[in-house]
Ligand binder design. Structure first.
Ligand code: PRP
Length: 195
C-alpha cells in the first residue's frame, strides 16, 4: 500500500498493467471462506434428489461459480447465460441483451441463478420473469455481492455473500471495461477512473 491507500504492490501492478487500484474490499481468503459457507447453505437447502442446475450469468460470475459449485455437496449440473447491460461504461444502460441462452432444458429443474453482483437490479428483473416462464421446478438466486440499492427486485437472492459498498468494484470476475476480472480479490478503483 502506498500513501492514499492505493494498491501499489508489484504483483498487483503487474496484473493491472500499472493501473493503481484504490483499496481491497474483500481479500481472497475472505471470499473463499464466504463461498464455502454459501456452498454449504445451498447444499442444506435442497433435498438429495433435487434436480439442481447452477446457471451462471456470464461473464461476471465465472470465477464465483467455479468456486461455488466445488462447495456444493449434491449432484449438480452447470450451464450459463450471457447477458449484457453495461457495455464499456460504468453505469447501467437499463437494457439487458440476451446473447446466449442455456442449451440445457430448464423445465422442472431446480435452478440456482448465480450472479456476481446485484446493483440496480435491472439484470435480475429482466431475467427472472423470463426464466419463470420456462416452467422451472424452482428458482433461487445466489449473488456474491448485493449493493442493496434495488428496491423492487422481482425475486430477492436467497443467498448473498456480502452487502457491498456502493462503489465501483473490480476483481474476482467483476470488470471495468473488461479489465481486472482475473484479480483474486475485490477492490475499488479510483473514482476518477470510472468517469
Ligand atoms: C454486471 C454484473 C451483473 C449486472 C448487475 O454485468 O455482472 O450481471 O451488471 O447490475 P444491475 O443489477 O444494475 O443490472 P454486465 O452487464 O456488466 O456484464 P458482465 O457480467 O459481462 O460484466
Amino acid at each position: 500500500m502506498s500513501e492514499a491507500g492505493r494498491l501499489t504492490d508489484e504483483k498487483t501492478l503487474a496484473a493491472t498493467g500499472g493501473q493503481e487500484l484504490e483499496r481491497v474490499v474483500y481479500d481472497a481468503a475472505r471470499i473463499q471462506r464466504r463461498v464455502e459457507e454459501m456452498g454449504a447453505a445451498i447444499s442444506e437447502h435442497y433435498p438429495a434428489d433435487a434436480d439442481l442446475l447452477v446457471l451462471g450469468l456470464l461473464k461476471g460470475s465465472f470465477i464465483f461459480l467455479a468456486d461455488l459449485v466445488r462447495q456444493i455437496s449434491l449432484p449438480v449440473q452447470v450451464d450459463f447465460l450471457v447477458v449484457s447491460s453495461y457495455g464499456l461504461g460504468t453505469t447501467t444502460t437499463g437494457e439487458v441483451k440476451t446473447l446466449y441462452d442455456p442449451s440445457t432444458p430448464l423445465q422442472g429443474r431446480d435452478v440456482v441463478l448465480v450472479e456476481d453482483i446485484v446493483d440496480s437490479g435491472t439484470t435480475m428483473n429482466e431475467l427472472v420473469p423470463a426464466l419463470l416462464d420456462r416452467d422451472l421446478g424452482s428458482l433461487e438466486i445466489c449473488a456474491l455481492l448485493h449493493k442493496r440499492v434495488a428496491e423492487d427486485l422481482v425475486l430477492e437472492p436467497r443467498w448473498v455473500g456480502f452487502d457491498a459498498p456502493r462503489e465501483f468494484l473490480v476483481g474476482y470476475g467483476l470488470d471495468h471495461a473488461e479489465d481486472f476480472r482475473h484479480l483474486p480479490f475485490i477492490a475499488t478503483i479510483p473514482e476518477e477512473d470510472t468517469e
